[in-house]
Design a protein around this ligand. Sequence first.
Ligand code: NAD
Length: 243
Amino acid sequence: MRFDGKTVLVTGAGSGIGHEMARRFLEEGATVYAADLDPAGVPHGTVPLAVDVTDPDPVAAAVSRAVAETGALHVLCNNAGASSTTDPVSCTVEDWDRTFAVNCRGVFLGTKFALPHMLAQRYGVIVNTASVAGLVGLPDRAAYCASKGAVIAFTRQVAVQYAGTGVRCNSICPGTVDSPWVGRLLAAAGDPARARDQLVARQPMGRLGTPGEVAAAALYLASDDAAFVTGTELVLDGGLLAG
Ligand code: NAD
C-alpha cells in the first residue's frame, strides 16, 4: 500500500503497460485517474478520462479534475506513446510530427499542467515512459528513436530544474514488451509467428518483457523508496543493451 492516500494520473492507461501501471497503483491504495484516447479499456475502479495527450485542453482538464476531486496530484505517469516504423528517408513530415506530438508534446503537456500543483504541495513524482530506442539507434525507427531520446533529455531537464522542491522526475526505458502494441507490429510483419520467433531469439533472456515488469519499475520510481532518485532512466530490457 505504498500509494495509500495518493492521487495518480496515468496516460495511455487503456492498454498494455499503462493499464498495468493503473491497476497496480489502484491495488496499492491510490486514487487513479486513467487517461486514454479510448478510456473504455482502463482498469475497473480507476476514474476513466477521455484524453488525447497531444491536445492541451483535455490534458489540463484531467489534471484539474484529479486535483479538484482529491485535493492533490502526487504522481503523473506520462506513458501514452505512438510508434513509427520508418527510416529517415521514408518518414513523412506527418509521420515525424505525429510521433513527436504524442511522445514529446504529450509528455510536455502533462508535466506543464501537473507541475504547478506538485510545486505548490512541495511533493510530486513524474515518471515518463521512454524506451531503449531513446538510448540506441534502431533500424526503421527514425522518429520513434528521436522522440524517445527527447523524452529522456526532457526528463533530465525537469529533474534538474526542480531538484530540491520535493518534485522528482525519471524515465523508464523498456526493451521489447509483450503488449498489444508489439502484437500490432508483429501482425504487420506478414508472418507474425515467425517475426515473434525472430524477436524472441534476439532477447538475451529468451523472452519478451511483460507489462507488469515495466509497471513494477514505474511504481518503484513513483514511490518514496526512490526518494533520492531523480533525473535518471531505468532500463528494463532483459539485458539487451548490455550485450
Ligand atoms: P499499447 O498500444 O498497448 O498502449 C498504449 C495506449 O496509449 C493505448 O491504450 C492508446 O490508446 C494510448 N494512446 C495512444 N496515443 C494516445 C494519445 N494521443 N492520447 C492518449 N492516449 C493515447 O502500448 P504499450 O506497449 O503499453 O506502450 C506504452 C508506452 O510504452 C509507449 O509510450 C511506448 O512507446 C512505450 N514502450 C513500449 C514498448 C513495447 O515493447 N511495448 C517498448 C518500449 C517503450
